[in-house]
Design a binder for this molecule. Structure first.
Ligand SMILES: CC(C)(COP(=O)(O)OP(=O)(O)OC[C@H]1O[C@@H](n2cnc3c(N)ncnc32)[C@H](O)[C@@H]1OP(=O)(O)O)[C@@H](O)C(=O)NCCC(=O)NCCS
Length: 190
């Protein structure tokens, strides 16, 4: 018999992994499909309300596009004034924390879940993601499980963030590496 690496007949979600009963997960996915995704773009408060009903911590004046998706809202926290763009996936199998005044641009994927590739059962795992305040995660960025991105850091388009990034740098590439410091912004003139 050839060596075996994964046997999906043995796969199961570990007890308590979801953080809520399976029926609440299903209910959220129905609410998301019907009321969240079909809501007019301008109804940012409505989508924040729906997420809060399912346990998310959403700050004031947070902008989340209707095409964004959240796997487990009770594991999501977003600070004041932050933006979540079109087609962003917040795959919150573990906690995802996004600070205040931060932007996650379109098609980015924050992936807080994985599988144990050394376990025949291919056990599902979760590791939290933290994005600091005043960050910009540009378009189509993949953020791996367990990654922390420091305060005010910018991650360039199409990057893959496989390990922590320090505060206040511009980083890009696959894997993303800091290439220079981010200069503090001038005060607004008007
Ligand atoms: C990271 C970013 C902000 C840097 O902008 P910048 O400081 O103006 O950088 P530059 O365009 O001057 O590029 C500097 C160098 O970095 C490289 N570079 C810039 N962004 C890169 C990226 N995302 N991936 C790989 N290389 C990148 C450039 O090719 C250039 O290389 P070179 O010096 O060898 O020519 C920008 O490139 C970026 O990714 N913006 C995101 C845009 C976006 O997602 N928009 C949609 C949401 S509104």
């Amino acid at each position: 018999m050839p060596p075996q690496y994964q046997d999906l007949s043995q796969f199961h979600v570990p007890p308590g992994f979801r953080g809520r009963p399976a029926w609440i997960v299903q209910l959220w996915w129905i609410v998301e499909a019907v009321f969240f995704r079909n809501s007019p773009q301008a109804l940012y408060g409505w989508r924040a309300f729906l997420l809060r009903c399912f346990g998310a911590k959403i700050g004031k004046r947070v902008i989340i596009r209707p095409s964004a998706s959240v796997t487990y809202p009770w594991k999501l926290s977003i600070g004041d004034y932050s933006w979540i763009g079109d087609d962003v996936v917040l795959y919150s199998l573990a906690n995802i924390r996004i600070g205040s005044h931060s932007v996650v641009s379109q098609r980015s994927y924050l992936c807080a879940g994985s599988h144990d590739i050394n376990d025949i059962r291919f056990t599902i795992t979760g590791q939290p993601i933290e994005i600091g305040d005043q960050c910009w995660i540009a378009s189509d960025v993949f953020v791996c499980p367990g990654v922390k991105i420091g305060h005010a850091t910018v991650v360039g388009a199409r990057s893959t963030v496989t390990s922590d990034l320090p505060p206040a740098v511009i980083a890009f590439g696959s894997p993303a590496k800091p290439v220079r410091d981010r200069r503090p912004a001038m005060s607004a003139k008007d």
